[in-house]
Ligand binder design. Structure first.
Ligand code: PGA
Length: 237
């Protein structure tokens, strides 16, 4: 299975920002994915990188003002969709059951879900990381998953803060996630990404940890000058 460098632009980016997609390296063995705001999806598709959504509704269509179905994302050119990001969980009150329903909808539409899990600062300080992450993995995934599914471990306190767990903690938590996946689904090719303040300066160290198959990158994915070296570090890992 290829490694995955996924950029999450969140609520950032205008049409002019798509020009830099052509500057991103696309080394062998690494899938490069950009998840721009939905307004840019169709225009981002076909520019040399994979494109994905940042969320989808669990229903296929209907009276859900402001929402997007997984099939709409696919129709716009998306191959992936981020689901259960902590900003969705906190800003929109999404729980594990909501995320699980969205994952099922994404799979039905042929999208690869990138399912986010991660503990809060309080949970981290209380030493609850493993239990929280295990419960989120269990609760957010349906009973049947494809090998292509991706889990992203994103400690909430590391997102946008410049802080990251110790490298040992990253390796340990990826191990917890892999074990939870193995216990439920057997040995599968599910990739586990790390996310939260991944930068050009720390990427190589993070990618050297066992069980890290790539990164979900927020702020540093907005500029090709930052995301490019992260992609290159992943290819070299
Ligand atoms: P960050 O965001 O890289 O800006 O910390 C990561 C994310 O939320 O996916």
């Amino acid at each position: 299975m290829n490694k995955l460098a996924a950029g999450n632009w969140k609520m950032n980016g205008m049409r002019a920002d798509l020009d830099q997609l052509g500057q991103l390296p696309t080394p062998a063995g690494v899938e490069v994915l950009i998840c721009p705001p939905a307004t840019l999806l169709a225009e981002a598709a076909g520019r040399g990188v994979l494109v994905g959504g940042q969320d989808c509704h669990s229903a296929t269509a209907g009276a859900h003002t402001g929402d997007l179905s997984a099939a709409m994302l696919a129709d716009a050119g998306a191959s992936h969709v981020i689901l259960g990001h902590s900003e969705r969980r906190s800003d929109h009150g999404e729980g594990n059951a909501d995320v699980r329903a969205k994952v099922a909808a994404a799979l039905t539409a042929g999208l690869v879900p990138i399912v986010c899990v991660g503990e809060s600062a309080a949970q981290y300080e209380a030493g609850d990381t493993a239990a929280v992450v295990r419960a989120q993995v269990t609760g957010s995934l349906p009973d049947t998953i494809p090998d292509t599914l991706v889990v992203a471990y994103e400690p909430i306190w590391a997102i946008g803060t410049g802080l990251i767990p110790s490298l040992q903690q990253i390796a340990d938590t990826h191990g917890v996630i892999r074990e939870a996946l193995r216990a439920r689904y057997g040995d599968r090719g599910v990739r586990v990404l790390y996310g939260g303040s991944v930068k050009p300066g720390n990427a190589a160290d993070i990618f050297a940890q066992p069980g890290v198959d790539g990164a979900l990158v927020g702020g540093a994915s907005l500029k090709a000058a930052d995301f490019g070296p992260i992609i290159t570090a992943l290819a070299a890992s």
